[in-house]
Design a protein around this ligand. Structure first.
Ligand SMILES: Cc1cc2nc3c(=O)[nH]c(=O)nc-3n(C[C@H](O)[C@H](O)[C@H](O)COP(=O)(O)O)c2cc1C
Length: 293
């Protein structure tokens, strides 16, 4: 078992280093889009994509062999997940051949603008996204951003050629599987209800199951909760998920960068999320106090 675990760990590292170059290409795309003031899907996409594709052969091979190792070592996990997983088989590849996908879950906490901006940034960076929105997540998107349904979300967030959408009721979809290659998961915003379920491992929805799998596979899990004040239950749940390996990124923007607009506050949080995922970006402030020259 230890040998298998060691092999998995080293191949996961190989996956990540192979993917990082291409994430840097995505970073450049995001910078270019922001510089021109555009949202996403700019004409330079093709140029950057071909640059990213130029070196994908070797890393794609690494990804494939790593995925095979994952599959063979995950047999015990699969017995529970296989019950309703047939719908996932069609799209369990790393998505788009080269980059590892990120699962983005949007739940019903206040903070839908964070989710919209994050999806926009991931799309601009050409990061493959597995998107799951809870029922209350859709409600908050409507309440806080006037976005009604998938079509409007698509129009508000740029190029969707790397986005796949999953139904939160389908616990057999790709994000529910530990053998599907993944760069990690973000729940943004994360309701205290979903946080509690993740803390307890109840897996009663695709979002909860995907978060549970992300933890057990030791992939990055970022939770962006928004509530005030916190009850002791909220605090204990945050401690519990942190101990299990998640990173809690409260939707608590700073003010030291003197935000002038709401979008400055939004970008502050989204920048922290992107940084934790290892996706370089040009959003938000970078503190550089104390420099003497
Ligand atoms: C308008 C509105 C605002 C809400 N704001 C929050 C919030 O900021 N934080 C939170 O934890 N729950 C909030 N809730 C409650 C959650 O939406 C509720 O607990 C829901 O069951 C969460 O389900 P989900 O995690 O599956 O999306 C809000 C609900 C509504 C309708």
């Amino acid at each position: 078992m230890n040998q298998i675990a060691d092999r998995d760990r080293s191949e996961t590292r190989a996956d990540r280093s192979g993917a990082d170059d291409r994430f840097a290409a995505g970073r450049d795309r995001l910078a270019a889009a922001d510089r021109s003031g555009a949202d996403a899907g700019e004409p330079d996409d093709d140029q950057n994509r071909s640059a990213a594709e130029a070196d994908d052969g070797h890393a794609a091979d690494q990804n494939r062999s790593s995925a095979e190792a994952d599959r063979s070592s995950a047999d015990t996990d699969r017995s529970s997940a296989d019950t309703d997983r047939s719908s996932a088989d069609a799209d369990r590849s790393p998505v788009d051949g080269d980059l590892l996908a990120i699962t983005l879950a949007i739940t019903g906490a206040s903070g839908a603008p964070y989710a919209v901006r994050l999806l926009q940034a991931l799309n601009t960076a050409a990061v493959p996204v597995r998107l799951v929105v809870s029922a209350t997540g859709w409600r908050l998107l409507h309440e806080e951003t006037q976005i009604d349904g998938e079509g409007e979300l698509r129009r508000a967030t740029g190029d969707w050629s790397h986005v796949k959408v999953y139904d939160d009721h389908d616990r057999g979809a790709t994000p529910a599987s530990g053998s599907a290659p993944s760069r990690g998961m973000v729940v943004c915003p994360c309701s205290m209800g979903t946080l509690a379920s993740i803390a307890q491992g109840t897996t009663r929805s695709l979002i909860e199951r995907a978060a549970d799998v992300t933890l057990k596979e030791r992939h990055p899990l970022l939770l962006v909760p928004r509530e005030t004040p916190y009850s002791i239950i909220h605090l204990e749940n945050m401690l519990r998920v942190t101990r299990a390996g998640a990173v809690v990124v409260p939707a608590s923007p700073g003010f030291y960068h003197r935000p002038a607009k709401i979008s400055d506050l939004v970008d502050f949080i989204v920048a922290r999320v992107l940084s934790h995922l290892g996706i370089e970006h040009v959003l938000g402030p970078r503190w550089s106090g104390g420099e003497r020259s």
